[in-house]
Design a protein around this ligand. Structure first.
Ligand SMILES: *Cc1c(COP(=O)(O)O)cnc(C)c1O
Length: 399
């Protein structure tokens, strides 16, 4: 029997240089981002400058988590209580959670068979008067951004990108996270940078960044932020913007700054793993993988595939056959939320649940694998061998 023994949740260690910087920050005692002397820049401020530059954005705010960044991005972009926000039905639970937290009403847009937002469904739902689209590039799948931008322009919709899985990715040469008015990234352990928890918000809009900085809990220290709009912009907002305390601290920023330097190389390494698994899976009957256009320069930190035909009706057996061989596959078809994975029907707080039949058919066969950088190409081949054997086993046992 083919087996695999490495854990899918194992990340690489934090680089030694980052650990050294973290220790220095701890020795200084100055962990709070505003605990600086004179015009000294804190690690958090330096991270913001470097991240904005990396992405080609004007402004960046580091904060407590990706979900928190989405929450204040919606508010800073002007979301009012009770307003509708279009968003992907296929995403992770912090996305509708952020909309709810910001007082908005999530309107779920379906998924196409390639796991991207369904452009036709979006076009229909965009006519309902929603002024916001929180577009989640779930598992790194980037939709046709020309179409997205044209729909947003036509209906005067503010676009907020959730780039939790697209840090380092580009679409037609343009960095993911630079298409809308605001974009949010996560530096939670399972994403492309690892500070345990953390979020990064980027925008080119001076009013949005000013409000985001004030919401994040800048008190009246916003002048300590690098590359900010002029004081007159903060004057407009500072007494009307509640402090929702969710700053990043210097310890996390310090380890992120060092990791940033290895980001592009890590993206390349993820894509080697992805391509290895993809090529292996393409040889197996009964599985379909999305075709990804060349101009979708994604980061393959995870891989998704769909079980077809008779296999789709047999997912539980397939998952069991993989688990027993050491390959833990996440399945978006499960009725019960498990671990990080939940599907839209289990978000009961959403007002009127919409029928998303086509999306449900996509989710029912959707299998999802993490590809941590602790894996190598041999591991990838072994995972493919396990999946092939699991499929052979359940195919043989089918009546
Ligand atoms: C992880 C994640 C988030 C939220 O990030 P946190 O930092 O965990 O709050 C948002 N969207 C998607 C698609 C994610 O996977």
């Amino acid at each position: 029997m083919q087996t695999f023994s490495k854990p899918f949740t194992l990340q690489e260690p934090i680089p030694e240089e980052a650990i050294k910087r973290a220790v220095e920050v701890m020795r200084s005692g100055r962990l709070h981002r505003y605990n600086t002397l004179g015009d000294e820049l804190s690690e958090t401020s330096l991270l913001e400058s470097e991240f904005a530059e990396y992405l080609g954005a004007k402004y960046c705010l580091a904060c407590a988590s990706g979900g928190y960044a989405l929450h204040i991005a919606l508010l800073a972009a002007g979301l009012q209580k009770g307003e509708r926000v279009l968003s992907n039905a296929f995403t992770l639970s912090p996305v509708p959670g952020a909309i709810n937290n910001a007082g908005g009403i999530p309107i779920l847009v379906g998924s196409d068979p390639d796991y991207k937002i369904d452009i036709n469904d979006l076009r229909i739902k965009a006519r309902d008067g929603s002024k916001f689209l929180l577009l989640s590039h779930m598992r790194g799948h980037i939709p046709d951004m020309d179409e997205i931008l044209s729909i947003c322009t036509e209906h005067n919709i503010t676009l907020i990108e959730d780039c939790a899985h697209t840090l380092g990715a580009r679409w037609k040469g343009k960095a993911s996270g630079t298409f809308g008015q605001v974009a949010c990234f996560s530096t939670q352990t399972y994403k492309h940078l690892n500070s345990g928890e953390g979020g990064l918000l980027v925008t080119d809009d001076p009013d949005i960044i000013a409000r985001a900085v004030l919401h994040s809990g800048s008190y009246m220290f916003y002048e300590k932020h690098p590359n900010m709009p002029g004081n007159e912009v903060f004057e407009r907002h500072r007494l009307d913007t509640p402090n929702y305390s969710g700053r990043m601290d210097n310890l996390r920023a310090a380890i992120l700054r060092v990791q940033m330097r290895g980001l592009d190389e890590n993206c390349r390494r993820w894509n080697v793993l992805y391509t290895t698994v993809e090529q292996g899976l393409r040889k197996i009957d009964g599985i379909s993988l999305p075709e990804r256009p060349q101009y979708e320069e994604f980061v393959g930190s995870s891989i998704q595939f769909t079980l077809l035909g008779g296999l789709a009706a047999n997912v539980s057996n397939f998952l069991r056959a993989c688990t027993k061989r050491g390959v833990e596959i996440k399945w978006f078809g499960s009725d019960e939320p498990i671990g990080f994975t939940s599907r839209h029907e289990s978000w009961h707080y959403l007002e009127d649940q919409q029928s998303l039949e086509k999306t449900n058919m996509v989710l029912d066969g959707l299998c999802d694998l993490r590809l941590p950088l602790t894996f190598d190409q041999d591991d990838c081949n072994q995972i493919v061998a396990v999946i092939a054997e699991a499929i052979a086993e359940i195919t043989a046992s089918r009546p």
